[in-house]
Design a protein around this ligand. Sequence first.
Ligand code: F6R
Length: 238
Amino acid sequence: MKVIITKDYDELSKEAFKVMKDVLDSKKDAVLGLATGSSPEGLYAEMVEDHKKNGTSYKDVVTYNLDEYVGIDRNDPQSYYTFMNDHLFKDIDINPENTHVPYGDTAEDAKKYDDEVKGVDIQLLGIGNNGHIGFNEPGTPFTERTHIVELTDSTREANKRFFDNDITKVPTKAISQGIGTVMDARKILLIANGENKADAVKAMIEGPMSIECPASVLQTHPDVTVIIDEAAASKLTR
Ligand code: F6R
């Protein structure tokens, strides 16, 4: 696991962009695994700026997102489908048919999506305060594939900021790539910023590998880059 510590979020986003750009430069039909949430917003802004300034093309790029809420419409402002369009897809030259965000609420929907996710060159991840990756909450087996998830109260609490700060408006379920699906990616890039991520980051990097911290599974992946700001790194001891 390669760990890069940056002074702030801006520098983190620029470092993450360098890793992403290397993949895009090495393969014009790269397959990108993408995440939503606050963590990747700066990276997506860097990608959009680079596309506009330098013409980096996404014409042949394919994307697979990690997860989506169950029970809200695709075109709802809070759906991850809308997030991806707003923060990235609408501002680059990607073919909408090449973009994939999971959708549905049944085991069949999950299996169908899992079968589609193939050949991911780089998987971008954030990390939850409780160590989740995707929406794989603590206790999820490391071998799990795409599945329907019951969100924990801590995740719903952390995400209520996108729902008028009202936890009752946060969906209780999501469809998420499983840890097994995530681990199939050739390369993994995890980004985290802020003090509220410091415990999860420490457990991921220094803790024992345990399903209690889903991100700790990354200790066994052969190609992981973790980019964190000083606040998220503040509890590391080595
Ligand atoms: C989002 C996802 C989640 C987030 C995590 C951190 O697609 O899979 O695991 O990466 O909850 O969220 P933020 O970045 O909002 O702190």
